[in-house]
Design a binder for this molecule. Structure first.
Ligand code: NAP
Length: 365
């Protein structure tokens, strides 16, 4: 049975429509703060040569937001409140990095702190309250060569007048063959997700930034001992986080060392890591039951390569405010920000992108 989803995610069967059916004509958003503008242009059933209704290939949006972390959710809240009925494509890591965090103590408005997953869920519900639609899926292809922009989720094609790229950044891996073979078998990029499985065992964390400190501290709740391996003597982590970790007597430190291999891929579990001193090249085995990577992230911009201006590490190059090199495509959050990368700055960036999208659409009316 031919069918498609409307702006609210409900399926409509094409066979139950006749041309001109009100359900198949573009809905108009309720009058809001500024004025009414056409919201989602729901596809109109067309007649084919045999006179029967046909499923239109494409549905047009005013705004599509790629990503559902702080940046994407805030962009959705603002564009929804502007009656643009945004569609948020959640991505493979729905909710973004906050879903991998425990206590968030520095997001304004929560003096007692709030759990990361709860914060991001509240943002989502806030956006939905104003008409944002969320859907699972990953954008696998994009054509930004002309407007409306075209996106694909697998075989499904979407069109949008403006695009907010808030796809965030994914965990960086060391790239070792043995590491890759053991992901999910003791190698992890998320202590919050996997720490529990190593209760009463020694674990190892790689990295020298705030994530490494946070992950290590979290892991001390379960592990007998947490060894932080960092490739140099100096730490990138903020003083407060480093001090907290240093004051925890379950944490051991191995500096100026790199991980060369993870044992034992054949046994499908982590038994040790081979470490190498960057000072004298000496190698040794360090017994551990798990290896947690906390060595930063890679922006999720690969599908835009050759279309959006990206820097050498894949971050979107800003062309002022939330603008990219393509008018109508805006950036928000960790896809562009390599400096601040905080929940609150991502939320602010989502707000900026939304306002720019709204103003552009308004100017074009
Ligand atoms: P980060 O600050 O970029 O730190 C990455 C760490 O991994 C660095 O110490 C780096 O070493 C090391 N590293 C990178 N590539 C490596 C490799 N191939 N092999 C070995 N080590 C490698 O990343 P992050 O810690 O994920 O933090 C990202 C941002 O989020 C920061 O702004 C941070 O402040 C923020 N954050 C805040 C909190 C919090 O406030 N609660 C928690 C987590 C993160 P080098 O130092 O030698 O480059």
């Amino acid at each position: 049975m031919l069918s498609w989803r409307d702006g609210t995610g409900h399926r409509t069967q094409v066979s139950s429509l006749v041309p001109g059916d009100k359900r198949a004509i573009g809905r108009t958003g309720p009058c809001g703060r500024v004025r009414c503008r056409p919201a989602v242009r729901t596809p109109v059933a067309r007649m084919n040569s045999s006179g029967s209704a046909q499923l239109p290939a494409v549905k047009m949006r005013n705004v599509i937001v790629i990503g559902s972390g702080c940046a994407g959710n805030t962009a959705a809240i603002y564009t929804a409140r502007a009656n643009l009925e945004p569609l948020v494509i959640e991505g493979l890591e729905a909710g973004g990095q906050l879903t991998l965090t425990t206590d968030v103590e520095n997001f304004p408005g929560f003096p007692e702190g709030i759990m990361g997953p709860e914060l991001v869920d509240r943002m989502k519900r806030q956006a939905q309250r104003f008409g944002a639609t969320y859907r699972h899926g990953e954008v696998t292809r994009a054509d930004l060569s002309s407007r409306p922009f075209k996106l694909w989720i697998g075989e499904e094609q979407l069109e949008t007048r403006t695009l907010i790229v808030a796809a965030g950044a994914s965990a960086r891996w060391l790239g070792l063959e043995s590491e890759q073979a053991l992901i999910g078998h003791g190698v992890s990029s998320c202590a919050t997700c996997d720490g529990f499985f190593f209760r009463g065992q020694p674990v190892t964390v790689v990295g020298g930034g705030d994530s490494a400190m946070e992950e290590s501290l979290f892991l001390t709740k379960f592990a007998t001992e947490v060894t932080v391996v960092h490739r140099r003597e100096g730490f990138r982590a903020s003083k407060i986080m480093l001090d907290r970790a240093r004051h925890n007597d379950k944490i051991r430190w191995v500096t100026s060392a790199t991980v060369e291999a993870v044992e034992d891929p054949a046994a499908k579990s982590v038994t040790s890591v081979k470490l190498r001193s960057t000072l004298d090249g000496k190698e040794w085995d360090h017994r551990t039951s798990a290896l947690f990577l906390a060595i930063g992230h890679i922006p999720n911009t690969a599908i835009f390569r050759g279309q959006l201006d990206l820097d050498e590490q894949g971050y979107i190059v800003s062309h002022g405010g939330a603008r990219t090199n393509i008018p109508g495509v805006f950036h928000a959050g960790d896809v562009q920000d390599r400096v601040y990368r905080q929940a609150i700055t991502a939320a602010g960036a989502g707000c900026m992108a939304a306002i720019e999208a709204e103003r552009l659409l308004e100017a074009e009316e």
